[in-house]
Write a protein that binds this ligand. Structure first.
Ligand code: ADP
Length: 635
């Protein structure tokens, strides 16, 4: 019993169940977290392996792309090589760039000036020009050379002719000579293309002659030519003529960057017969591949995105991003990488002129997948948590109820024992007295009546218990017959009145004028009524009356029992109908009872298709009403 009571404290029991639920929940959570962690690590490992594999494929593809360019360069017949858009193909010797194809660059690293051809031929004329000072004669001699069929000699002669004419202040003549020289295009004169040199000189001439319009026109032509990269000239020449042209040049940025990159790579082209390289540009890296050939070193320079296009295509197909970096970790081409999971192929591993980093193209997608998995797990865990909590709650409720019933049962057993003890003690006293013949003759009837009363009381208790037992087991059968409630009530009231000390004198019953009948098991309804009347008498003060009345409510016939006792609080009004439950009035007044009276009554009335109503308020008495389906009114 004590264990029931100890365990039964609802707060303690609740704590125990919360603890029991919390342990598996915590274990589940921990396990789930570990599982997620492992899943994530596994996913990372999988991604790493895939990326490493992709990086290998991309390195092989890079090697293949570069190899292809090398084959193309080596097989360049008559210097015909397909130059990709934005690319430059060069043929160089140690002296400089011999040939150019593709994008026009503003300048080249070093330019083969083509020697000083014809310079000796002008000795005689130059003596006239510089030593004798006979400029007219010198000019005549230069003019003769200008008619030569040797382009180089002709260009040199025209340049010198213009010079000597300028000295003679024959500006128009000089301008004409420069015009002629200009028409000679790329013929090299004094290490400079004839056209460029002539244009430059014309600009200078117009400028010194303060002919603004002509200066502007000529410098415009010069600017245009320089911007378009019309000449194969070196950096210094480009700078010189840019200054002569005046104004800022709008040279294509990527062409300037390519020119600068080639300038930086130039020592490699000269020193290494063959090679590959990638240099940084502002937008995309620049790839250079060079090979030896009969004409000199053949070089292909182009944007990484074009020369390595197959590599980028493959990366796209593999759904990865790629970064090309130099040995110092500087990004040369591709996408700048963040701190995400990536695979690396260093230049040492691959032999390529760059290190490669590869990472998933759609990081958000892989993160989304991970988030979805985490969400799914969270939902599963939440669901499991709810199930565990619900199961724990249900178990708690069931155990709590069981404990309450067990407690009530134990209370019931002690209550029944007490119920038995009082009449049994009285019977024992009386029989002992009679046995010892200690009672006077005239009091014998009184003793016998007392004996009968106590025996009846015992019988009543036993009957009630038996009724309750058969009702609980569902074995209670009812013998229905036409019954007049007024007669039934009268019988029960009389029973109480006949019972000495039973309180029957407090009962007030007025039979109604119009009687009616109900179909009922008379004994069962009498038992229910007896319980209600017994309660009304035992819970209300000894002097207070108990009113029993018959009523009709529509089709229903009712018997109500009203007292002026302590009443039943609202909180208890449902509980008192449950078996073994004893209320506050029983505890406060220390009233004997077993807690099955109302259960029994309610059960019987329900079996008749009726109901047992309770109207009560703490401190203001109670009214129990038996409502049964009515039959007909007797006239
Ligand atoms: P018992 O009377 O043996 O305790 P019952 O099932 O008849 O068992 O009644 C259950 C409880 O209902 C009682 O313990 C008592 O607290 C309360 N009760 C019943 N009838 C009355 C009444 N007329 N006035 C006050 N309380 C009552």
């Amino acid at each position: 019993m004590t264990t029931f009571r100890q365990l039964g404290t609802p707060a303690r029991l609740l704590l125990l169940f919360i603890f029991l639920a919390a342990v598996p929940l915590a274990a589940l959570g921990w396990l789930g977290w570990r599982l997620l962690d492992q899943d994530r690590a596994l996913e990372r490992q999988r991604v790493r392996e895939r990326l490493a594999e992709d990086a290998g494929l991309l390195a092989a593809e890079s090697e293949r792309a570069l190899g292809l360019w090398e084959i193309r360069l080596a097989g360049a017949i008559q210097l015909r090589v397909p130059v990709p858009p934005g690319g430059v193909f060069l043929v160089c010797s140690s002296k400089g760039v011999l040939h150019q194809q593709g994008v026009h660059l503003p300048y080249y690293p070093a330019v083969d000036s083509g020697g000083k051809s014809g310079s000796n031929s002008f000795n005689a004329a130059e003596i006239q020009e510089f030593q004798t000072g006979d400029l007219a004669r010198a000019a005549a001699m230069y003019r003769k050379f200008a008619a030569s069929s040797d382009q180089s000699q002709r260009a040199n002669a025209l340049m010198r002719l213009a010079r000597s004419l300028r000295k003679q202040d024959d500006i128009q003549g000089a301008l004409r000579a420069y015009m002629e020289l200009s028409a000679m295009g790329d013929t090299i004169v004094a290490g400079t293309p004839a056209e460029l040199l002539a244009r430059g000189e014309r600009v200078t001439l117009f400028r010194t002659g303060h002919d603004t319009d002509a200066t502007e026109r000529e410098s415009h032509l010069l600017t245009d030519a320089l911007e378009q990269g019309r000449y194969i000239i070196d950096h210094a020449t480009f700078d010189l003529y840019s200054r002569i042209a005046g104004g800022a040049l709008k040279t294509d940025v990527s062409a300037v960057e390519t020119a600068r990159a080639i300038e930086n790579l130039w020592p490699l082209f000269v020193q290494q017969p063959a090679g590959r390289s990638m240099v940084k540009r502002s937008r995309h890296g620049l790839v250079a591949v060079w090979q030896p050939s009969a004409e000199g070193t053949v070089v292909m320079v182009g944007g990484a995105e074009t020369l390595l296009a197959p590599v980028f295509h493959l990366a796209q197909k593999l759904e990865v991003r790629i970064a090309f970096e130099d040995a110092r970790g500087q990004l040369l081409a591709g996408d700048p990488r963040g701190r995400q999971e990536h695979a690396t192929k260093t230049y040492r591993e691959t032999g390529l002129p760059w290190s490669m980093h590869v990472w998933p193209a759609d990081i958000a997608q892989s993160q989304d997948q991970w988030k979805a998995r985490r969400g799914l797990f969270g939902a599963g865990f939440g669901l499991m948590g709810v199930v565990i909590a619900a199961a724990t709650y249900l178990a708690f409720r069931a155990v709590h109820r069981e404990l309450a019933v067990a407690r009530l049962q134990s209370d019931f057993v002690s209550a029944v024992s007490h119920e038995f003890r009082t009449p049994l003690t009285a019977i024992r006293h009386l029989t002992e007295m009679l046995e010892e013949n200690g009672a006077p003759q005239d009091r014998l009837p009184q003793y016998y009546r007392a004996l009968a009363r106590e025996a009846r009381r015992l019988h009543g208790i036993v009957e009630s218990l038996l009724d309750f037992g058969s009702m609980e087991a569902g074995r209670r059968t009812y013998h229905m017959e036409e019954t007049n409630p007024a007669i039934l009530v009268r019988r029960v009231v009389d029973e109480f009145r006949e019972r000495p000390g039973g309180g029957g004198e407090r009962l007030a019953f007025d039979a109604p004028q119009n009687a009616f009948t109900v179909r009922a098991d008379r004994e069962a309804i009498a038992l229910a009524l007896r319980n209600l009347v017994d309660n009304a008498l035992k819970y209300s003060p000894e002097s207070s009356p108990v009113a029993i009345s018959i009523l009709r409510r529509g089709e229903l016939a009712g018997i109500s029992v009203e007292d002026h006792g302590p009443g039943i609080s609202r909180r208890e009004q449902r509980a008192v109908f449950r078996k073994f439950v004893r209320g506050a009035s029983a505890r406060a007044g220390n009233v004997k009872g077993t807690g099955i009276g109302l259960t029994l009554a309610a059960h019987i009335i329900k079996a008749h298709g009726g109901s047992l109503e309770l109207a009560s308020e703490a401190g203001h008495g109670s009214r129990f009403t038996i409502l049964l389906p009515g039959e007909r009114v007797e006239q």
